[in-house]
Design a protein. Structure first.
Length: 324
């Protein structure tokens, strides 16, 4: 992990000890009653868009009278001969300040927010502040303010898996794909397409072994390939029946579902209105709302479900840079 913490103020611990004296009693300190820990963070279940994007989060934690504001960017793919993922983590710590007072500071003084995120944001903290949901955690023994308990933003992301109809197309041999079968463990965020680091990927319908597949082997097995590029929550890729028809799909990803538009490579599209129709014999890609002129027609609404796809080696073909 690559990251650093920035402390705006030196952290000072102040211990207040009160003694009581009575008949035949020994002087002893009073034990302060711990206060609940308050955590404010973005909650994706509200349906409100995250102003920081799908892979960046700000979490505020108040414990023992002090507040920490954590800025976290999830992994980004770093190109090179060896796969690497870059993460960023920064924090501001405000000793002896409540969450309410710190939120007001971030709203009124742009310096704090700029130092936290590391760049000038014209929208400032206000857009983030409007999406924060605060909850009080159960009272428990807690460390001193200098070691505030951190809560990972990614741990709050919902289970984005789900069951979808399976295709009768041939599949590669291997383990059962994620989300398939009775009693399967629900996927975490990092098991989904949305949880991938930015980069280029190739996925095949059905299960696959953790090894490289040649183009000849894929052609002999059949099925559907999806070669795509992921940038934050944006996807652009080529969805094709192996050695057959292909269509460019672009949109935003949530879990293993991509919602956007689909552009047939030959520019020929069926006349579709509001009802979704499967593109080809498989049940993964649904399209509707045909638009465009003859020879350049496309589907302005498309949904691609990738729950039953498996990641394989990237191969020699790059994903498209544009669908239009």
């Amino acid at each position: 992990m690559v990251g650093r913490h920035q402390h705006v103020f030196p952290l000072a611990l102040v211990a207040a000890v009160t003694t009581i004296t009575g008949h035949d009693a020994v002087n002893q300190p009073l034990q302060a009653q711990p206060s609940p820990t308050i955590i404010c963070r973005y909650d994706p279940s509200t349906g409100i868009p995250n102003p920081l994007g799908m892979r960046t989060f700000i979490t505020m934690t108040e414990a023992n009278g002090s507040t920490e504001v954590a800025y976290e960017q999830l992994g980004t793919f770093v190109p090179g001969p060896v796969e690497a993922v870059l993460t960023t983590e920064r924090a501001l710590i405000f000793p002896d300040r409540s969450i309410d007072r710190v939120r007001q500071l971030l709203l009124t003084d742009a310096t704090y927010y700029r130092e936290l995120v590391g760049f000038d944001d014209p929208d400032g903290f206000a857009a983030v502040n409007d999406t924060l949901i605060c909850r009080a955690e159960a009272v428990a023994s807690r460390p001193a303010a200098s070691s505030l308990e951190r809560s990972s933003a990614s741990a709050e992301l919902p289970d984005l898996g789900g069951d979808i109809p399976r295709s009768d197309l041939p599949v590669l041999g291997g383990e059962t794909p994620r989300g398939a079968g009775d009693g399967a463990t629900p996927p975490t965020f990092y098991d989904t397409i949305a949880g991938l680091a930015d980069g280029n990927y190739r996925y095949i319908s059905g299960p696959a072994d953790a090894r490289a597949y040649s183009d000849q082997e894929l052609r002999s097995r059949g099925g559907v390939l999806f070669v795509f590029r992921k940038t934050d929550d944006e996807i652009i890729g080529s969805y094709s029946y192996i050695d057959g028809e292909s269509i460019c799909v672009t949109g935003r990803v949530s879990g293993n579902t991509i919602s956007g538009q689909a552009y047939p490579d030959d520019g020929v599209a069926r006349d579709l209105a509001e009802n979704f129709t499967f593109w080809g014999p498989a049940t993964f890609l649904r399209v509707r709302r045909t638009r465009g002129d003859e020879g350049g027609r496309y589907y302005s609404s498309a949904t691609l479900e990738l729950n039953d796809f498996s990641k394989i080696n990237a191969g020699s073909s790059l994903p498209p840079s544009s669908c239009q």
